[in-house]
Design a binder for this molecule. Structure first.
Ligand code: ADP
Ligand code: MG
Length: 619
């Protein structure tokens, strides 16, 4: 039928079956830093800045909390040695009162810490997510051409969630336990220098060995997250391609491809999870060994009277505290490791270069008055092989220009250039003699309306769908646009008129009605330039003819450039531009081109000799 359709199908098919090995090769960790934790802290730091005041409160609370906790083992020692052993009831009462008050204070403090930090963590996540979304708005079309939707989405879902898990758990699972490790280590020395030293001697065992595994897990987490992004992309693609999958009986092949990606994930995920748990396991074992050694020595010394019973009990309390604290930190390791890879992916995404800013001193382009000109324009898609060369074209205001030619000849490409989705390599595109690159993109796009072959209708009313083109438009303006698009009568005939839901009813709108709605959406912007890209390609012959008559009328107040591989609109247009393989092959009025009897004429004869239309002219 039409070659574009076939191209699209071919593209989707190829995407369904990505070369797994090659894809996995592409997953290169951004850089795995020797000190991942410090790196992550640096990534998060800028997001903390706005909450400095709250964080200050948090630090004060943490210090109070630490001091209270610090006192407990010392008080125990005092209670045993000066209260219980010598049977001094006064001391016992004093100590118990202190412990009761301290417990209440500690609980209050802990609660406040949780409150403040939950608040800050949620604020940071909101800021980060918003920053990512805003970044998405600044990325150039070339990014969207190459990126896979699932890949982008996975950064918003899995990766953000992984970072959130770390943030939310940061205080209870890392900062508080680390403070505990610090003060319990200090206390051990307070109780007995030798026991303290013995404890310290074993501490490297608890830190260094688990660290080895932690580094492995950190390094693997990026690959794991990247593969998860790939899996999500595959699912998303498969959902979008279901009609093709079903019609071409590709279910098994899709499953095989997915199984391949999934198995590759298994290898990475298994190693990641195993190393993550080894962190905790080895730390746990280390603590266990330390405990036995220290306790054995302490018990012996208490037995021979070298230290008091209170010291042994106090020391034991401290040691358990430290043990718990270290275990806490190590249990947090898998969460940290998961987030390490995710942080890199977020960082990578936020570092995607945005659309090049407007030139220095760019001014607002005045509205088109006379002419849009392409002068010696040459361009090649980044990473692509297709190129257009030496495009020279003048499109006058208040005229209808048809850009025709075979599929893939570069017609849509010139619209991409005119909209500045891409910038030409050479040559100039000018509006009334002013290079569009010297103006702001915003002022350029504000005077352009565009209609595609497929126009997305949002799940709101017809009115709202028209107002997408100009959100601030009044009802009357929207209606005027609909009238110009010759769809007002139809809409008014609907029971709910302009309030009819377009999403749900969208399916009931005919192809021609959808296209007219799309034109109304473009017209409500009151564009000086109306672009149509294959806007009639999905319409039947009669609808297309009526539509082209509308276009002809619209071209009395603006420049209309209609890009199509079908020639029906060419007959009505002021100027026909014929593209072939990235070059303008012929240019002129329809009649002249027919008389020239060249490329266009034979193209025309081929299309008009289709059984649904008798040859209009020709020999
Ligand atoms: P058409 O005349 O059908 O509108 P296009 O201008 O869309 O043709 O495309 C011309 C050629 O440029 C095609 O071969 C297509 O594969 C290639 N192309 C189109 N868009 C891109 C892109 N974003 N990146 C790389 N190549 C592209
Ligand atoms: Mg095209």
């Amino acid at each position: 039928m039409n070659a574009t359709g076939k191209d699209d199908a071919g593209k989707k098919e190829a995407d369904l079956d990505p070369d797994i090995a090659e894809y996995l090769d592409e997953i290169e960790p951004e850089q795995i830093h020797p000190n991942e934790i410090a790196w992550m802290a640096r990534f998060v730091a800028p997001y903390l800045r706005p909450y400095r005041a709250l964080l200050g409160v948090l630090i004060v609370l943490l210090i109070i909390d630490t001091l209270i906790n610090f006192s407990f083992p010392l008080v125990y020692q005092y209670l045993v040695d000066n209260g219980l052993v010598v049977r001094n009831w006064d001391v016992v009462l004093k100590v118990l009162t202190f412990l009761g008050c301290a417990a209440v204070a500690e609980a209050t403090c802990g609660l406040s810490i949780d409150y403040v930090f939950s608040r800050v963590a949620s604020d940071i996540m909101r800021d980060l997510r918003l920053k990512m979304f805003n970044h998405l708005q600044t990325l150039p079309m070339s990014y969207y051409n190459e990126a896979r939707t699932g890949e982008i989405l996975s950064r918003f879902s899995g990766d953000l969630v992984a970072v959130e898990h770390v943030l939310v758990a940061l205080v209870p699972w890392l900062i508080l336990p680390l403070l505990e490790v610090f003060y319990s280590a200090t206390l051990m020395f307070v109780f007995n220098v030798w026991l303290g030293l013995l404890g310290m001697l074993l501490l490297p065992l608890v830190i260094l060995v688990p660290r080895l595994f932690a580094n492995r897990a950190f390094a693997l987490s990026y690959a794991k997250r990247a593969q998860e992004g790939g899996l999500l992309s595959a699912v998303q693609e498969n959902i979008g391609a279901q009609t093709i999958v079903k019609a071409f009986g590709q279910q098994q092949r899709a499953s095989r491809t997915f199984a391949g990606l999934n198995s590759a994930w298994l290898g990475t995920a298994f190693r990641f999870n195993f190393f993550s748990t080894l962190v905790e396991r080895t730390a746990h074992t280390g603590i266990y060994l330390m405990h036995i050694a220290v306790f054995a020595l302490g018990a012996y010394w208490a037995y021979v009277g070298e230290i008091t019973l209170g010291t042994l009990i106090g020391f034991e309390e401290v040691f358990l505290l430290m043990g718990y604290a270290v275990t806490h930190v190590t249990q947090f390791a898998p969460t940290m490791a998961q987030a390490a890879g995710s942080t890199h992916r977020l960082h990578e995404f936020l570092n995607e270069p945005p659309e090049a800013p407007d030139r220095e001193g760019a001014v607002d382009l005045p509205r088109l008055k006379e002419i849009v000109a392409f002068e010696h324009v040459g361009f090649q898609y980044p990473g692509g092989i297709f190129r257009i060369d030496d495009i020279n074209l003048k499109c006058a205001m208040n005229s209808l220009v048809s850009v025709v030619g075979p599929s893939g000849s570069g017609k849509s490409t010139i619209l991409n250039l005119l909209l500045r989705f891409f910038e030409p390599e050479s040559g100039v595109i000018a509006i009334d003699g002013r290079d569009i690159q010297a103006g702001t993109r915003q002022s350029l796009r504000a005077q352009i309306g565009i209609v595609f072959q497929d126009n997305f209708l949002f799940n709101t009313s017809i009115l709202e769908n028209i107002k997408v083109g100009a959100p601030e438009a009044t009802f009357e303006e929207a209606r005027a646009a609909a009238r110009a698009a010759e769809i007002d009568d139809f809409i008014m005939g609907l029971p709910q008129g302009y309030e009819t839901p377009a999403g749900e009813r969208g399916a009931q709108l005919s192809g021609g009605q959808r296209q007219r709605l799309a034109i109304a959406r473009a017209l409500v912007r009151n564009p000086a330039i109306l672009l149509l890209d294959e806007a009639t390609s999905a319409l039947d012959h009669d609808t297309e003819t009526a539509f082209n008559v509308t276009l002809r009328k619209l071209a009395t107040e603006r420049l209309v450039i209609s890009v199509t591989h079908r020639l029906a609109s060419a007959e009505l247009s002021d100027q026909v531009v014929v593209f072939e393989r990235g070059r303008i092959r012929e240019i002129g009025a329809h009649e002249d081109l027919l008389q020239r009897d060249g490329f266009y004429a034979s193209f025309w004869r081929k299309q008009t000799s289709k059984p649904n239309k008798r040859p209009a002219r020709g020999k």
